[in-house]
Design a protein around this ligand. Sequence first.
Ligand SMILES: Nc1ncnc2c1ncn2[C@@H]1O[C@H](COP(=O)(O)OP(=O)(O)OP(=O)(O)O)[C@@H](O)[C@H]1O
Ligand SMILES: [Mg+2]
Length: 439
Amino acid sequence: MLAPGLAEALDQDFIAGIEKNDVGLGALGCGGRQPLRQLGRVGAQVSRVDGDGKSAAHARHRGGQLDERRQFTEAVLSGVSAGVLGLDNEGRIGHANRAALNFFGRQEAGMVGRDIMTAVPEMAAVISDARAHPERRAQAQITILREGQDRTLNLRITREVTDAGQGGFVLTFDDITELVRAQRTSAWADVARRIAHEIKNPLTPIQLSAERLRRKYGKEVKSDPEVFEQCTATIIRQVNDIGRMVDEFSSFARMPVAAMKPVDLGEILRQSVFLQRVGNPDIEYRLEMPDDAVMAECDGRLVSQALTNVLKNAAEAIRGNDDDEDGGSAVTADGAKIGRIHVRLTADDATAQIAAIDSGCGLPETDRTRLTEPYMTTRAKGTGLGLAIVNKVMEEHGGQLILEDAPRNGDWDTGARVRLVFPRRVAAESEAKEAVNGV
Ligand SMILES: Nc1ncnc2c1ncn2[C@@H]1O[C@H](COP(=O)(O)OP(=O)(O)OP(=O)(O)O)[C@@H](O)[C@H]1O
Ligand SMILES: [Mg+2]
C-alpha cells in the first residue's frame, strides 16, 4: 500500500493504475498528469502523455522492456547446459534453447511451432501427465533413441499459471546417460569386489578338504568306492570352476591399470583380425587401414583384449544363437561365406578410430546403453562381460565405445557397427620423434 501522504499527491486513476500493475513504474497504464511528470523524474522514462491519458511512448516503452526481458531470458537460457523448451497451452514449442536444439540436432525452424507430441513422442506420456495434474510438478526419467543410441533424460515440467488461467509449460531436461551408467558400474563394481572376496575365502579350504578326503580315505571306502570318487571329484572340479569364475568377476571389478605407451594400432588390429580369420574361416573379413602406422598412446594388451571381444561379438552375431557360437566351424561345402565383417582403422590429428561392421543380426532394439553393463547378454551362452570390458578399456584410454546400427546404405541391410575412438594425445609427438630417429 502507498503511504497516505503520497496517495494524496496522486490522483485516483494513478493509484488505481499502481494497484493494478505490479510490473514497475515504467509500465503503468494510468492517466495522471502532474504526478506522472513527477514520477517520470524518479526513473521511469515516460516522456509524453496523449490526450486521453494513454501513452503511446509508454506502450512502446513497455514493449521495449518486454523485448529486453525476452532477450535477457533467451541469453540466460542459451548459456545453461540443460535443454529448455517453452510450450504453449496446446503443447506447441514456442522456444527451444541452444542445448535443446543441439540435443535434438535441429535448427530452430525445425523445432519452434511444432507440436511436442510429434516432435518428441517419447515425452508425450509425461506431458499428458503434467496436463492432467497441473497442480504438481512433473518429473520423470525417459529414454530417447538419438542417432541410434539410447540417451537417458531427466525431465521436469513446470506449468505456467497466468491470471487468465493456465498458460503454457516450461520443460527442462538434462542428459544423464553417462551419469546413470557410471553410477550403475560403480555400484556394481563395489558389490562385485565384496562378493568375490567373500566367496573366495572358503573355496581353498573346501578344495583342500575334498582332496584330503580322496587321498586319505579313498582306499578305505569299501561300499560304493566309485560313488565316493565321483563325489569328491565333483566337489574339486566345481570348486575349481567357481574359483575361476570369481577370478574373472573380480578382475573385472578391479579397475584395469593401463600401462600407456605409444603403440601402432594398425599392428594390433592386424593381429586381432588374423586370429579371428583363422578361427572363423566361414566369415569374410576385410581390413582397411592407412599405409602409415597409426600411433596412439595406449596399453596394447588391453586394446587387443577389447578388439577380440568386439570381433568375437560380430562373429557371434553372424552365427546367431542356434549355431555353435564358439566359432571354428568349417567352411561350407561350396566354400561360401556365411557373413562379412569389415574392420576399418582411420585417424586424424586428434583421434584414431576403429570401426567393426558386421552383417549379423544387429544390436537389440531396446536397452542399448545397458549392453555395456556387466552381465547384460542376449545370447544363450553369453556371460555379458565382453562389452563391459571393452567399455572399461575405452574409459581407461579416455576414449569412447559407440554401438550403433551398420550404415543402412545398401551394403548393410542388417548388422551392427561398433566403434572404438581413441584420443591420440602424445601420438603426434612420438611420431615426430620416430621421424627424427629415422624409425
Ligand atoms: N556385433 C553385434 N551385433 C549384435 N549384437 C551385439 C553385437 N555386439 C554385442 N551385441 C549385443 O550385446 C550383448 C552384450 O555383449 P557382450 O559382449 O557384453 O556379452 P556377450 O557377447 O553376450 O557375452 P560374452 O561375455 O561371452 O562376451 C550381446 O549379448 C548382444 O546382444
Ligand atoms: Mg561378447
